[in-house]
Design a protein around this ligand. Structure first.
Ligand code: ATP
Length: 289
């Protein structure tokens, strides 16, 4: 029986980089939220003895180059569970190279789905350990909801959910390489850091205004996405409580109190941009259907 897993996208409500680490990674402070924009990852066991992967978006690597393929290989290597053959199919809705962790979400969905197919309930620690071997956003995507991710993104703390209204996400027609974004941080002369303690206090107090005032992304200081100003302007005109870039961009999200404001902003943005999504916050990173 095929098993389908929803792989939810993530937004960074706060993304600060504290320092570059000697191993080439970065010490991060990220408040992350899962949203209902998702890919569908279907796992079908077979007797071929092979691991195969297809994706409905030809721009995404099929086969071994796909992070979801790497996740399945890692799963069987690390757990030692018997492998007879598997096909993975991905229906892509999350734009790629967009700062929304689409690849990481697919990889996390494969890990979660394979544990289910093998009849095992993984300890959270095990899921996070495996995810961290695949990429810094994978552990968050495997757990999801609202979380603080620290160090390289792999040290996670659960945060209480916030009563957000609607979210609008716009992906402008350009791609940002995450590697280049970090290199831009490494060579930046001055960095403005954020009120991290204030953000956490606001989250813990359920102070939505306080959270929205503090939403920020350090990459906005040195990743140039010309459309960002226009997108934020439209969102603000439609009463967005906050508008910010996610990850290393270029996607921009806005938080709206009412569905009517979110839909009005989305309608205006769709006149200029192809990829505009209205979605909700969700309390998990993956969901088995
Ligand atoms: P992050 O926010 O974690 O930095 P992102 O949203 O910027 O991630 P992805 O959508 O994960 O970026 O895609 C980055 C690159 O990874 C793509 O350009 C693509 O070549 C490659 N890739 C490999 N597997 C996948 C996948 N399953 N989905 C999307 N991209 C994938």
């Amino acid at each position: 029986m095929p098993l389908t897993v929803k792989a939810y996208a993530k937004l960074n409500l706060m993304l600060d980089i504290l320092s570059a680490l000697p191993n080439g990674y970065h010490d991060l402070f990220m408040v992350m939220q899962s949203v209902s924009l998702c890919d569908l990852v279907t796992l079908t066991e077979n007797d071929s003895g092979e691991l195969t992967l297809t994706c409905d978006n030809p721009q995404i690597p099929a086969g071994e180059g796909n992070l979801a393929h790497k996740a399945a290989t890692l799963f069987f290597e690390e757990t030692g569970l018997p492998f007879s053959g598997l096909h993975i199919h991905i229906e892509k809705q999350i734009p790629h190279a967009a700062g929304l962790a689409g690849g990481s979400a697919d990889a996390a969905a494969v890990l979660v789905g394979l544990f289910r197919l093998c009849g095992k309930t993984p300890e959270l620690r095990e899921l996070i350990r495996l995810g961290a071997k695949l990429g810094s956003d994978v552990p968050f995507c495997a757990v999801g909801g609202l979380m603080l991710a620290q160090y390289t993104g792999t040290v996670l703390s659960c945060l209480p959910p916030l009563p957000f209204g609607k979210i609008v996400i716009v992906k402008p027609d350009c791609a940002v390489s995450t590697g280049e974004a970090y290199r831009a941080f490494d060579t930046a002369e001055r960095i403005r850091h954020f009120d991290r303690a204030g953000m956490l206090a606001s989250v813990m107090q359920g102070d939505l205004d306080g959270v929205c005032r503090r939403i920020d992304n350090v990459f906005e200081q040195f990743i140039d996405v010309p459309e960002r100003v226009v997108i934020k302007g439209v969102m603000r005109r439609h009463f967005a409580q906050s508008a910010c870039m996610s990850g290393s961009g270029p996607s921009v999200f806005g938080i709206f109190e009412t569905e009517a404001d979110a839909e009005a902003a989305a309608a205006e943005l769709r006149r200029s941009f192809k990829n505009v999504f209205v979605c909700d916050c969700v309390g998990r990173g993956c969901e088995i259907l």
